[in-house]
Unconditional design. Structure first.
Length: 224
């Protein structure tokens, strides 16, 4: 009976998690017809309007972003435009890491028990083979991979919060740098800085995918 009660409570928490995703997704969709100008320049101007509080507001925006599915790319680019490469990278890396931990914790609190009840022993395999720190690091490096999915997926697995946080920070910092550099150079697309930013972004897409494929091939015995 206790097991049934626990399973029922876990199911309710998981249902709440799904409702949360549905509500935040609906909010994001409702924002589109209202004529919002979601451009890096518009986000930059909104950040700068906070004056001395702009760094704190910008960092907090990364934490709140998953709740309304605000495009992370725009925030990264706006950081480079608003603060320059150095501080844009620092603020974006800090904010995105904090946001990752919040997303991880949300999925863990509302959904993990239900997933564990359904998958049982298979959850350990997910943690080991699919949601290890190495994979979280590689996925966060790739600009095209949505951060929210990484955070929720890791939170639903058996991964611990400390390895997740370290892996997320290690992966998100290079992403933040590449986007900040790209955003900083957007006003002069003929500059060498713009070309360098494009090259770095391309490398962050290609290299992690190659490394992941190589490691999987080696794990399967393809490499001696």
């Amino acid at each position: 009976m206790f097991r049934t009660f626990t399973h029922s409570a876990a199911a309710r928490r998981f249902a709440l998690f799904l409702v949360f995703l549905a509500v935040t997704g609906t909010i994001a969709l409702l924002r589109i017809p209202q004529g919002m100008h979601l451009t890096p320049e518009a986000v930059r101007d909104a950040v700068r309007s906070w004056g001395v509080a702009a760094p704190a507001v910008f960092t907090a925006a990364f934490v709140l972003r998953p709740f309304i599915f605000f495009p992370s790319t725009l925030l990264f680019l706006a950081g480079g435009l608003a603060f320059g490469v150095k501080w844009g990278t620092i603020y974006a890396a800090l904010g995105s890491t904090l946001g990752a931990v919040v997303g991880f914790g949300l999925a863990r609190a509302l959904g993990r028990d239900f997933v564990h009840a359904q998958l049982g022993a298979h959850l350990g395999m997910i943690q080991r083979d699919r949601w290890g720190a190495g994979l979280v690091f590689l996925l966060n490096l790739i600009p095209l991979v949505p951060m929210t999915i990484i955070n929720y997926g890791a939170g639903l697995s058996g991964m611990e919060v400390v390895p997740f946080t370290i892996a997320a920070a290690a992966g998100l910092t290079p992403r933040a740098f590449a986007y900040s550099l790209f955003g900083h150079s957007l006003l002069d697309i003929r500059s060498r800085t713009f070309v360098l930013a494009v090259v770095i972004l391309a490398a962050l897409i290609v290299v992690p995918l190659y490394v992941r494929r190589y490691l999987m091939h080696r794990a399967d015995g393809g490499v001696a």
